[in-house]
Design a protein around this ligand. Structure first.
Ligand code: FE
Ligand code: ZN
Ligand code: FE
Ligand code: FE
Length: 167
């Protein structure tokens, strides 16, 4: 007997569970980064995005509702990898002039993963005829892009300041 055929809808649900896990992890990572950051603007960016991310978790539960499936989290190996790199970097660079630059870099890896995933989820939601879900996913996608752009701007400044301090 042939294996049960999996549909795009199944793929969508699986990715949603993965992102649900990843987003919850990202709330924790933002809070941790906010505590660790020295630079006021960077700290503020992490605090704001931690709050925003908590809303993104809520939005995901709405998407689960829309597709009529239970909100479940499935371990995201990618986000676990990114956050364990972050832990390691935090330890290695704590208290050094490069600490904030390293924090911002880790955070951007998180944002880029999220951007990739929400982009796909949004496209799939549309293709599956779930326009209301696509709209919610796009709201989050735009927030992730803004968070990444802000980190790019802040990184440009802290790196210049760090280089001056190191000179
Ligand atoms: Fe997020
Ligand atoms: Zn559906
Ligand atoms: Fe994942
Ligand atoms: Fe994010």
């Amino acid at each position: 007997m042939a294996a049960k055929e999996k549909t795009l809808h199944d793929a969508f649900y699986e990715m949603l569970k993965d992102v649900y896990y990843a987003e919850k992890q990202s709330v924790k990572a933002c809070k941790k980064s906010a505590k660790a950051a020295e630079h006021a603007e960077l700290k503020q960016a992490f605090e704001a995005h931690a709050e925003e991310s908590a809303h993104q978790v809520e939005r995901l539960t709405q998407v689960f509702e829309i597709i009529g499936k239970p909100a479940r989290a499935k371990t995201c190996e990618a986000m676990q990898g990114i956050t364990s790199e972050m832990e390691e970097d935090l330890e290695d660079f704590a208290g050094t002039p490069a600490a904030d630059a390293v924090l911002a870099a880790c955070a951007q890896a998180v944002e880029h993963y999220e951007i990739a995933r929400y982009g796909t989820l949004k496209t799939w939601a549309s293709q599956l005829g779930h326009e209301d879900a696509a709209k919610l996913l796009d709201e989050t996608l735009q927030e992730e892009k803004k968070a990444d752009a802000l980190l790019t701007r802040i990184a440009g400044r802290i790196n210049a300041e760090g280089a001056k301090a190191a000179a």
